[in-house]
Write a protein that binds this ligand. Sequence first.
Ligand code: FDA
Length: 371
Amino acid sequence: MNYLVVGSGLFGSVFAHEAAKRGHNVQVLEKRDHIGGNIYTREIEGIQVHEYGAHIFHTNMKNIWDYIGQFAEFNNFVNSPIANYKGDIYNLPFNMNTFNKLWGVITPDEARNKIEEQKEKIHLQGNPKNLEEQAISLIGLDVYQKLVKGYTEKQWGKSAKDLPAFIIRRLPVRFTYDNNYFNDRYQGIPIGGYTQIIEKLLDNPLISIKTNTDFFSNKEEYLKSDYRIIFTGMIDQFFNYSLGELEYRSLKFETEVLNQDNYQGNAAVNYTDAETPFTRIIEHKHFEFGKGNKGKTVITREYPKKWTRGDDPYYPINNKRNKELYSKYADEAKRDYPNVLFGGRLGQYRYYNMDQTIMSALQAVKREFEE
Ligand code: FDA
């Protein structure tokens, strides 16, 4: 069988790798001028720059950790972001360090009492009607106002009063002095960046790669050919948005090289006030413990924005309308295009983390080759 893999992100690359390993020819098409999709990293001043936003690998699945470990050595980076609220610094996720800074409390019992006291101050009638009420009912007013409200409103481009409560089902709260953001067993950053992983996945004489090539400029030809197609682009675009557009949030990245060794002392700093227009600043060298040229650092400011056609789609918006619309496209795909497999974050309209993307690609491989 000959495969046409549309998109050289993690899903497409894992699939291509596994298909070629089984002796199949694979043609990879990528519309960007480089491979790797959103995990792509580019070296600037000896620093691996995460071009499409911070990417921290974390998983509880040992088989996935072992799988990715074949293609890069991972360091022992632990994600411990901090929040900057109008010049005051707080640790994330919300933990004893955060509560100590906010209220001066020392013990977990003191912190629990303080949160209860905060919640009691606000008497909400019935179930939370919006995100603001939901957040306050979970964590109280202080944390909400300083660390949740501004950040969330910038991220979604809407007032917290107009956002549905379900977006925040729970807020992770830890009554320990532990700043490790993730609870997963395995975590790290590939030493030397992510792009090498994709390069190694696609390094097989049976795989050929065309960058700067958009599937849609030749869609009908490809569909008529004898290729089995693995499509990891946007499923609604595949159908020319015939049933309507799926919604996304997009981002604008502003990257700057600075003539200093250390700008902010941490990989990620979230700006949680409403006035600062960006949500966070990433200082890339801290993902690799300060590697890079002396006297240089690279930072990226992240500005959330509404997605319109032509923008990069980053976050699927999983509300009822979009879920139903996606289902309709998925049904149409099954019925009319049995020879096309829709995969990955855009093909399945899901917010997959990297480990879930790999898992999903390996499951697709198993089904494809009936193993
Ligand atoms: P991906 O979008 O990477 O690849 C799709 C590829 O298809 C792209 O290269 C695109 O150009 C190409 N394409 C689309 N249409 C095409 C067409 N018509 N013709 C040709 N090519 C086409 N995960 C995690 O575990 N830890 C983290 O810290 C983060 N952080 C993070 C930050 C941000 C800002 C985002 C948006 C995402 C994350 N992720 C993450 C998630 C992670 O990026 C994700 O799991 C994988 O990149 C998904 O890989 P895919 O191959 O599915 O899509």
